[in-house]
Design a protein around this ligand. Structure first.
Ligand code: ADP
Ligand code: MG
Length: 246
């Protein structure tokens, strides 16, 4: 870990018709770290991701990525800076094969018809073969992605997000709908990134959070509540009050 801020969220407020989904929220992500964000339902976790990626505009505050202000950039320009987001529901292209989905991501080519016409470079092929192994879908690589189980689709999409090579990966509830075994493998996959990519994970499955062994930020009512390792989070009285008072 280099301890250089990759992302700075500085005093961000998001106002939905008078309701503050984020309320002067600030935090910093260092380059190479994996950070988990937890908090009760409605705490503003997904809104935080939406705001970082430029889908929701803050009323106040600033967001910097590698010292470049991205607060007012268009979503596609933010993606081009090197941020990639996975949504709660799987977003694979069901008609394309598992391999083709990964090829599109690895080529960062979302106009898939163009990409399919241009063919796949040797470099992309290597990235895709490697990711197929890591997500254990090599044996299904030529099947349409639509035939995968829910958990496998989630997994494929995490593989796609990683394969983009983006510097910052935003994973909003990556284990939603997964069983314990798949959840464990997802934690292993994220841990295998080491410090090569910075990851912001939103999840409320505490066993998954524990397996990730990462620093945890707790949000409540759009505000920063606490940060520390999982043990410190467990022992903090304010965090306990928020969860018990849910
Ligand atoms: P979390 O992901 O932590 O469960 P969200 O960020 O999805 O929470 O939502 C935070 C709060 O903002 C919730 O009360 C939600 O109802 C509200 N909210 C989210 N998006 C919108 C929107 N587009 N318009 C109005 N309210 C919204
Ligand atoms: Mg959410």
């Amino acid at each position: 870990m280099t301890n250089r801020p990759l992302l700075s969220v500085d005093g961000v407020t998001v106002d939905f018709d008078g309701f503050k989904a984020l309320n002067s929220f600030s935090f910093i992500l260092n380059s190479g770290e994996t950070r988990v964000v937890i908090g009760p339902n409605g705490a503003g976790k997904s809104t935080l991701c939406d705001t970082i990626i430029g889908r929701v505009r803050p009323a106040e505050g600033h967001i910097y990525f590698e010292d470049v202000e991205i607060t007012k950039m268009a979503e596609q320009d933010i993606v081009r800076q090197g941020i990639c987001r996975k949504f709660q529901a799987p977003g694979v292209l069901p008609e394309l094969t598992v391999s083709q989905n990964l090829e599109l991501a690895a080529q960062r080519q979302y106009q898939w018809w163009k990409s399919l016409r241009q063919g796949v470079s040797a470099e992309t092929r290597t990235i895709v073969e490697d990711m197929l192994e890591r997500i254990e879908l090599t044996h299904r690589k030529n099947e349409p992605a639509g035939l995968l189980s829910h958990g496998e689709k989630q997994w494929l999409e995490i593989g796609m997000v990683i394969s983009t090579g983006a510097k910052l990966l935003l994973l909003d509830e990556p284990t939603a709908g997964m069983g314990p075994a798949e959840t464990r493998r997802t934690a292993e996959l994220i841990k295998s990134l080491g410090d090569s990519q910075t990851v912001l994970v939103i999840d409320h499955d505490m066993s998954f959070v524990e397996q990730l062994n990462a620093s945890v930020t707790v949000m409540h009512q759009g505000k920063f509540l606490f940060q520390g390792d999982i043990e410190a989070v467990r022992q903090d009285e304010n965090v306990a009050a928020v969860y018990l008072g849910k």
